[in-house]
Ligand binder design. Structure first.
Ligand code: CAA
Length: 353
């Protein structure tokens, strides 16, 4: 089913402080409490909050309904009103405005950022579409690994500067601007390979750094140039780049806004592999995705989970965590299938359970 992602709704309204009560009512506090017991006040407050929440939910439902209608209207394939939009026929790919979605190899889903006029600048609707496509791949029973790429000229030239320019602090803060970018790291359990060619700047670099495996061309142009715009990385760049290249290099890159090449990215451990051309990059990334898709989904998910834990835990806790997950896999069928196949010199026929 196609998931329509809607950003975080506004937080519930805060309750008025006790200081507001005398202002709301001109009677003295004692008299007020006698006439208006405190329990009754909280009941009233609850009802007001409930009503506001209901209105927020109605607004959310309206947005969902409008998006769903738009999805159905713009679909090139005639869809029955009751037919689910399934990932198998990729009906979604024809509906998206800023991304292309395909299944180029068995078990491999591909998302191509497709906003060429703005060098794939990551505006909010693009991120919403990306999250929607990733959710579809996450829930798909046929997709085991995902490739995220852009064009030969640009993976992504950053967050959309024109969208950000007029934002105020309170808008950014209260609407949790950029938080939905993290869906990629919090919701996606299947491996994601980023194939980077051309510009991967600011948010583009950060998006690539969120992937599980990063491949790039030798001439790819990475960087965190936010300092030149009077701001700082906002989608994890100061954290992930620092973990990847170390504090000294990250500090230099972020404070100067200088770019670094794909070749350097590979040398410094940001990229796992570097390729001579865009074609070789895509072919190499697809081959890796296909290899991963050929393994047990249970084991692949567990492997991704434990490697990611290494970024959050200390060594001792991390090793302990790994051992627990390793023990848990003795409860999977695929551990039995894999080890039996090895002993019998056969190819494992995974059950993915
Ligand atoms: N946001 C919005 N539009 C962008 C963009 C961005 N990040 N990057 C490029 N574009 C647009 C340009 O405005 C231009 O549009 P118009 O034709 O309508 O003017 C179009 O893409 C092509 O760009 P250029 O003409 O500039 O192409 P170029 O080849 O001369 O230069 C470039 C390419 C070096 C990538 C240059 O476009 C550039 O410096 N872009 C901005 C890079 C940047 O600063 N990124 C960080 C953004 S902030 C951020 O990402 C914050 C965060 O942490 C989340």
């Amino acid at each position: 089913m196609t998931t329509i992602h809607v950003g975080n709704s506004s937080p519930p309204p805060s309750s008025p402080g006790p200081g507001l009560i005398p202002h709301a009512c001109s009677a003295s506090p004692d008299l007020f409490l006698k006439i208006f017991p405190i329990d009754f006040f909280f009941l009233l407050l609850f009802l007001v909050c409930h009503r506001v929440n209901k209105q927020t939910m109605n607004a959310t439902t309206a947005i969902l309904r409008r998006n769903a209608l738009r999805t159905l209207r713009t679909s090139s394939a005639p869809l029955s009103r009751f037919q689910p939009i399934s990932i198998r026929n990729y009906s979604a790919s024809t509906n998206y405005e800023y991304i292309l979605v395909s299944e180029p190899r068995p078990g491999v889903g591909q998302i191509t950022l497709n906003r060429p006029k703005a060098l794939n600048a990551l505006c909010t609707p693009l991120i919403t579409e990306l999250n929607s496509a990733l959710r579809d791949f996450q829930t798909s029973s046929t997709i085991s690994a995902i490739l995220l790429t852009g064009s030969e000229r640009a993976f992504a030239a950053g967050a959309d500067i024109k969208e950000m320019a007029p934002l105020t602090f309170s808008e950014a803060y209260q609407n949790s601007f950029i938080e939905s970018w993290s869906d990629l790291t919090t919701q996606l359990k299947k491996p994601l390979i980023a194939a980077v060619s051309g510009h991967a700047l600011g948010g583009g670099c950060e998006l690539a750094l969120m992937a599980d495996i990063l491949y790039c061309t030798a001439t790819a142009n990475f960087g965190q140039p936010e300092i030149k715009l009077g701001t700082i990385p906002g989608a994890g760049g100061s954290q992930r780049l620092t973990r990847a290249v170390g504090k000294a290099k990250a500090m230099e890159l972020i404070l100067t806004g200088k770019s670094f090449s794909g070749e350097e990215a590979e040398k410094w451990g940001v990229a796992a592999r570097v390729f001579k051309s865009h074609e070789e990059l895509i072919e190499g990334a697809l081959k890796t995705a296909e290899t991963i898709a050929g393994y047990s989904k249970v084991a692949v998910q567990a492997a991704k989970e434990v490697v990611n834990k290494s970024q959050d835990l200390g060594l001792r806790d991390g090793v302990e965590y790994e051992r627990r997950v390793f023990h848990a896999l003795f409860g999977s069928q695929d551990q039995k299938i894999g080890m039996k196949a090895f002993a019998e010199k056969k190819k494992a026929d995974w059950s993915h359970s």
